[in-house]
Design a protein around this ligand. Structure first.
Ligand code: SAM
Length: 321
C-alpha cells in the first residue's frame, strides 16, 4: 500500500476515494429491474464447491459462526473469534466465497508476512492485523461483486503489496493474474508471497504500466484490469485501456467525493476506447465507508499512442474540460 489505500495516508489523485452506501450483491443491483445499469457485466455468483481446488469450508452467517470453524485450520484464528474476524467471514459469505482450509491458511500466512515485511519495507500503513482482514483482504475481494468467473486473466496495476490481485488469486485459483508494480522492493515481496503460498499462474512484474502496455505480450490481452489507490481515474484509464481486450472490464475501486474526477474520467474514456458501465457501491460488513467500484468496458481497440509517457500524461492529462 499503500499510503493511499483505505486506512492509509491519502495523497492527491492516487487516493482511494469512494462513495455511497449500497447493497450487497451486484446480481441484485444490476438485475433486470435496472435496465442498462451494468449491462454486459458478469453477475457475482457463488462458484460451486466443485469448481474449487479443495473441499470448501461452509462459512455460516456471522451470527451462526462457530468458533470451532477456525480451529480446523492449522494457523487458525483463536478459538474466541473476535468481531473483526467474524466480520471478515460474514463479508466472504456475502460475496459467495467459501474458503477452503488451504485458502484460510494462505490468508493467515499472507497477513503474517505482510506485517513482518512491513517492519523493514514500507508496504502498508495498516498495522492492525484485524484491519488487514477487512481493509486489504475483504476490500480486495469486493471486486467479485462485479466480476466473477471460473477462468479470467486479470491485471492489477500498481499492486503494491498485492491488493487487490493477490487475495483474488487466492480465492479464484484458476485465474491467471499479473501483478504489475513499479517499486522493486514491493515486487520482491510479491514474488516471495507467490512462492510461499505456492500459487501457480500468477506473476509479479517489475515495471511501469505506461511502458509495459506497449509490449505485445500484454497489450489487449486481459479480461479484467484493476488498480487500487494508484492514480486519478483519467490516468488509470489511460494505463488500463491498452491492456484490456475488447469486451473486457476495467474495475477501479474508489472512495470519497468523485463528481469532477468521474466527469473527467468519462471524457478520457472516450479517447482510449472505453465506455463507462456502472458505479457500484460496496456494501460489505466492516467496509461501510463509501467505497465503490467504477466499472468500464473496453468497447474498441485503444489507439496505439496510449498510454503516453509518464511526463506527457502528467503535463496533459486526458479528459480535461
Ligand atoms: N494497489 C495497492 C494497494 O491498494 O494497497 C498499492 C497502492 S500504492 C498507494 C500505489 C502503488 O502503485 C505503488 O506501489 C507504486 O509503486 C505503484 N505505481 C504507481 N504508478 C505506477 C505505474 N505507472 N506502473 C506501475 N506501478 C505504479
Amino acid at each position: 500500500m499503500s499510503e493511499d489505500s483505505p486506512g492509509g495516508r491519502n495523497k492527491g489523485g492516487g487516493k482511494y476515494q469512494g462513495g455511497d452506501k449500497p447493497r450487497p450483491y451486484i446480481s441484485r443491483n444490476l438485475g433486470a429491474d435496472k435496465p442498462n445499469v451494468g449491462a454486459g457485466l458478469t453477475p457475482a455468483r457463488q462458484i460451486s464447491a466443485a469448481q474449487q481446488t479443495s473441499p470448501a469450508l461452509e462459512i455460516p452467517p456471522a451470527q451462526q459462526t462457530s468458533p470451532a470453524l477456525f480451529n480446523s485450520a492449522q494457523q487458525s484464528f483463536p478459538a474466541h473469534v473476535n468481531p473483526a474476524q467474524q466480520t471478515f467471514l460474514e463479508g466472504l459469505h456475502q460475496l459467495g466465497v467459501k474458503l477452503t482450509e488451504q485458502q484460510l491458511n494462505q490468508f493467515l500466512q499472507y497477513r503474517q508476512e505482510l506485517l513482518d515485511w512491513n517492519t523493514r519495507i514500507n508496504l502498508t500503513a495498516i498495522s492492525d492485523p484485524d484491519e488487514v482482514l477487512l481493509k486489504h483482504f475483504l476490500d480486495s475481494l469486493s471486486l467479485l461483486l462485479v466480476y466473477d468467473a471460473h477462468h479470467a486473466r486479470l491485471l492489477d496495476i500498481g499492486a503494491g503489496a498485492g491488493f487487490p490481485g493477490l487475495p483474488l488469486k487466492i480465492v479464484r485459483p484458476h485465474w491467471q493474474v499479473v501483478l504489475l508494480e513499479a517499486t522493486g522492493k514491493k515486487v520482491r515481496f510479491l514474488q516471495h508471497m507467490i512462492e510461499a503460498l505456492q500459487l501457480k499462474d500468477v506473476e509479479a512484474v517489475h515495471g511501469r504500466a505506461e511502458e509495459l502496455a506497449h509490449k505485445a505480450r500484454y497489450r489487449a490481452s486481459f479480461d479484467v484490469v484493476t488498480a487500487r489507490a494508484v492514480a486519478s481515474l483519467s490516468t488509470l484509464l489511460e494505463y488500463a485501456a491498452p491492456f484490456c481486450r475488447i469486451g473486457g472490464q476495467i474495475i477501479l475501486p474508489k472512495k470519497g467525493e468523485l463528481a469532477e474526477e468521474l466527469a473527467q474520467g468519462k471524457r478520457a474514456a472516450k479517447q482510449v476506447g472505453t465506455g463507462f458501465k456502472a458505479d457500484i457501491p460496496v456494501s460489505l460488513p466492516g467496509l461501510e465507508d463509501g467505497r465503490r467500484l467504477l466499472v468500464w468496458e473496453q468497447v474498441s481497440t485503444c489507439p496505439e499512442q496510449f498510454p503516453r509517457s509518464g511526463g506527457v500524461m502528467a503535463k496533459k492529462p486526458l479528459g480535461l474540460p
